[in-house]
Design a protein around this ligand. Structure first.
Ligand SMILES: *[C@@H]1O[C@H](CO)[C@@H](O)[C@H](O)[C@H]1NC(C)=O
Ligand SMILES: *[C@@H]1O[C@H](CO)[C@@H](O)[C@H](O)[C@H]1NC(C)=O
Ligand SMILES: *[C@@H]1O[C@H](CO)[C@@H](O)[C@H](O)[C@H]1NC(C)=O
Length: 251
């Protein structure tokens, strides 16, 4: 009698414990795995955190082009490839040439610095072959000389100096020169080349030979997934142990 009562109590205890362990696990089971949909990337945050692109970001904000770019970045089917001239690139252009532009011209100039599609670095040899290619405004010629990517527009031949961020649907590449389309600048504006930007650590973005897709966003996501998996496995283990002990006691 006594033994039966003890067995009953321990069985109930076990059921309660295992129920506890299972319901602990429940939130993880109910939360669907993060959808394969890419993380939302805030372009303004990215540009202000990634390095010396403050002048470009200021112009994007002033002209409202940042909204156009952001809504394209939100479009996960097409995506966007932004070509961000370094601050030193803007400093090299005669300030009069830029301040002389009308609002519409400045807006077009900014729209000329992105393609309405996501292109990883590996796609640039094909873009070179398909050039000229369309930006949001006007066209550019992409060149690929043994992996050195150039973007030519009107008076400027810019070099792609680094891949700042590249995870579909958003790519941001750094240019050493502002693109100067003839549609905006009928005559060549004065450009005073400044010293090549020093590859200051943590400023100019990732070196070009870094694998695209190694952006901070993707890294963070992988980390999150990993830890929730570990939590799930931990609870599962506790559940199994409790069930095994229960089975043993009930025998
Ligand atoms: C882009 O998506 C984010 C997050 O869903 C949203 O907050 C933002 O307003 C969107 N921006 C544009 C310009 O569509
Ligand atoms: C500014 O615009 C005026 C009138 O179009 C032009 O004559 C002048 O050369 C421009 N200045 C610069 C620096 O481009
Ligand atoms: C692209 O290259 C072609 C052929 O060299 C040239 O005619 C055209 O003006 C270039 N376009 C731009 C935007 O530089």
């Amino acid at each position: 009698m006594e033994f039966k009562a003890a067995a009953l109590v321990s069985t109930l205890l076990c059921l309660a414990l295992s129920h506890g362990a299972l319901s602990q696990r429940a939130p993880i089971v109910e939360t669907p795995a993060p959808a394969p949909a890419p993380a939302y990337v805030d372009l303004a945050d990215l540009l202000s955190l990634a390095g010396p692109y403050g002048t470009f970001l200021d112009y994007l904000t002033k002209t409202d082009v940042i909204k156009t770019f952001q809504s394209q970045a939100n479009d996960t089917k097409q995506g966007i490839s932004v070509f961000a001239p370094l601050d030193s690139a803007f400093a090299a252009v005669d300030s009069g040439a830029l301040s002389n532009l009308t609002d519409d011209q400045l807006r077009s100039l900014m729209l000329h610095h992105a393609m309405p599609r996501y292109y990883p670095l590996s796609a640039f040899s094909k873009l070179a072959a398909a050039s000229p290619v369309s930006m949001f405004a006007y066209k550019v010629n992409v060149t690929d000389h043994a992996g050195i990517i150039g973007v030519a527009s009107g008076w400027a031949t810019a070099k792609l100096v680094s891949s700042v961020y590249s995870t579909s649907p958003v790519a941001v590449y750094a240019l050493d020169t502002v693109l100067l389309p003839k549609e905006v600048f009928p005559t060549a504006p004065e450009v005073t080349p400044v010293a090549a930007p020093a590859p200051a650590p943590g400023r100019g973005g990732k070196p070009m030979d870094d694998a695209p897709g190694a952006g901070r966003g993707s890294k963070a996501n992988v980390g999150d997934k990993g830890s929730s998996c570990r939590v799930g496995a931990g609870s599962l283990l506790v559940g199994y142990v409790v069930l095994m002990v229960c089975g043993f006691l009930m025998v």
